[in-house]
Design a protein around this ligand. Structure first.
Ligand SMILES: [Zn+2]
Ligand SMILES: [Zn+2]
Length: 139
């Protein structure tokens, strides 16, 4: 059966559909994710771009110009919900699982990344592989 997931922003102006299986489910503890998540780790899935489409609304995009390898963030221009990031050199989209209509699809992270930037109160489930930065060089 084909994967078919739907989601959108908080106000509903942005809607998307995912038709490809995610290739990774994880939690990220980096400072940028803390800004955007509200302070905790950011839960995300990597999805192939060919299996993702906005079906309602056009996202606004933001990229910090002061960072050499800044990510591009797609978010709702009306309510500000950050939906996904596009990371230079990474073919997949970084989709925030809180925007899924059914976040339970996530099922839980398979790894924790950028733990060197984590806050002391962040929780990492017992036995979850945890990496200071990324598990391996991604191209
Ligand atoms: Zn919105
Ligand atoms: Zn992060």
């Amino acid at each position: 059966m084909e994967t078919e997931l739907q989601g959108g922003c908080y106000c509903g102006a942005l809607r998307y559909r995912v038709t490809a299986a995610p290739v990774l489910k994880a939690q990220c503890h980096c400072r940028a994710c803390q800004h955007i998540s509200g302070g905790g780790p950011n839960y995300f899935m990597l999805v192939p771009p060919e299996g993702f489409a906005f079906v309602e609304g056009e996202p606004r995009q933001f990229k910090r110009s002061d960072l050499p390898n800044g990510v591009t963030r797609d978010f709702c221009a009306s309510c500000g919900t950050h939906v996904l990031s596009r990371r230079p050199g990474l073919p997949q989209l970084v989709l925030k699982i809180g925007t899924l209509d059914d976040p339970e699809f996530f099922g839980g992270p398979k790894m924790a990344i950028f733990c060197e930037e984590k806050a002391s109160f962040h929780l990492i489930p017992d036995g979850l592989p945890a990496f200071d930065a990324l598990p391996e060089q991604r191209r």
